[in-house]
Design a protein around this ligand. Structure first.
Ligand SMILES: Cc1cc2nc3c(=O)[nH]c(=O)nc-3n(C[C@H](O)[C@H](O)[C@H](O)COP(=O)(O)OP(=O)(O)OC[C@H]3O[C@@H](n4cnc5c(N)ncnc54)[C@H](O)[C@@H]3O)c2cc1C
Length: 377
């Protein structure tokens, strides 16, 4: 069955998120981006926490909202349409929690998942990328060695969203003496994580992005998630599930740029008439609206396949790839239509343009998505 309409519950949730963000976050997003502060501002996270929206995928039995992927993608699009950095904090947290939700023991689920549902503002992070590279996920230099019932984690992870501010970091480390694809997931508590530096990024500036150093971080073997045989599969599973959610961020950014510039084009006058009355302006807007719709439908399809436990790997990569290209093209065209003001730091289009760039890198670059899709054609 193919459905294109939202349920009553989804409509209500989207309206709640839209009004919360409009009232409590939108008025300050431009300033937050311009400040580009190193000190993390928890106020936006608190807005989500108040409504149990930081990690809405957490099952109800652990206090979460127990939402499916389609509904979660709707929420992420709404959040990204106002502040993509906040949506990135949320998706970074979900990446940190997914291995636990998918393969954690009952004890791990009871210890870690309720930390994100107690109306407390807390975040998790997911650390895979290393300074020597992010695309070749089979070659990890971070090691985990078992001694006296404790794993010692040694290595550097980079570009970790929420890295310096998360409650814990779900680290992917090589537990197999440098064998390829011998990764395992470990939940490393905050006190065992050293922050080397915060990364100043082009976009999604609200989110903290950090380089982390694990210096023989001692982690109890109760914090090893899943088993060695299934670990590489678990990693790929986590990445596949995360990709349409990253696509949803891109759809939100593109929609925000499109809506802003559509309103502008209908008001702005040149040659005695609104610029929208020229096909040179309205046709690009048509292309923008069309590609946003297409990207959103691809995100929904991938999420729906996930929810129905279908075969979603190709659909997830396609959704992220298409959304990433659509978002970059829409935000660039939006600046063309606005003209000079769109190019200034006073315009949100400037923010959307920079934010849109991230999705072609994070969660696997566009080339990596094409490699995955090609292997499944
Ligand atoms: C803002 C931001 C947040 C991030 N958050 C996280 C996070 O929370 N956790 C985390 O673990 N990582 C995170 N990352 C890292 C991200 O996942 C990696 O940057 C990404 O996977 C690419 O790795 P790389 O930057 O090392 O590029 P590389 O792997 O060095 O690749 C460089 C270029 O070579 C291309 N390339 C490489 N191999 C091939 C090939 N075989 N064929 C064709 N082209 C190829 C790539 O497509 C890319 O264009 C984040 C990155 C950014 C920018």
């Amino acid at each position: 069955m193919i459905g294109f309409s939202m349920t009553e519950e989804q409509i209500e949730l989207v309206e709640l998120v839209r009004s919360l963000l409009r009232e409590e976050i939108y008025p300050t997003v431009l300033k937050t981006d311009q400040k580009n502060d190193e000190i993390f501002d928890w106020s936006y996270i608190r807005v989500l926490a108040r409504h149990n929206l930081i990690a809405p995928l957490i099952p109800k039995e652990y206090g979460g909202r127990g939402l499916d992927f389609v509904t979660t993608s709707l929420i992420i699009e709404e959040i990204a349409a106002v502040c993509a950095g906040l949506a990135a904090c949320m998706v970074g947290t979900l990446h940190g929690l997914l291995p636990i939700i998918l393969a954690g023991s009952e004890d791990q689920k009871r210890r870690f998942l309720p930390l994100f549902v107690e109306r407390e503002a807390s975040l998790a992070s997911f650390a895979l990328t290393e300074p020597k590279g992010g695309s070749d996920i089979e070659r990890l230099e971070t090691t985990a060695q078992l001694r006296d019932g404790c794993y010692y984690i040694q290595g550097i992870k980079d570009y970790v969203i929420n890295g310096a501010v998360s409650n814990f970091v779900t680290v992917c480390a090589n537990g197999g003496k440098n064998r390829r694809a011998a990764c395992q997931f470990f939940v490393v508590p905050r006190e065992q994580v050293k922050v080397n530096k915060n990364r100043k990024t082009l976009g999604i500036r609200y989110a903290n992005t950090a380089q982390l150093h694990f210096q023989n971080a001692c982690v109890s073997n109760n914090n090893l998630v899943g088993d060695i045989d299934g670990a590489y599969l678990l990693l790929n599973h986590t990445l596949d599930l995360g990709r349409p959610l990253i696509g949803a961020i891109e759809v939100g950014i593109a929609r925000a740029a499109y809506e802003l510039v559509l309103a502008y084009a209908q008001e702005r006058e040149q040659f005695g008439r609104p610029i929208f009355s020229n096909q040179g302006v309205s046709f690009p807007l048509v292309r923008m609206a069309t590609s946003i719709d297409a990207a959103r439908l691809m995100v929904w399809r991938a999420c729906s396949l996930i929810d129905q436990e279908g075969d979603y790997t190709k659909a997830s990569s396609m959704a992220k790839l298409f959304a990433s290209e659509a978002g970059q093209s829409v935000t660039a065209r939006a600046i063309d239509i606005m003209g000079a003001f769109g190019y200034t730091e006073e315009s949100l289009l400037n923010v959307y343009f920079r934010d849109a760039k991230v999705c072609s890198i994070v969660g696997g670059t566009d080339n990596v998505q094409q490699m995955i899709i090609a292997s499944l054609l």
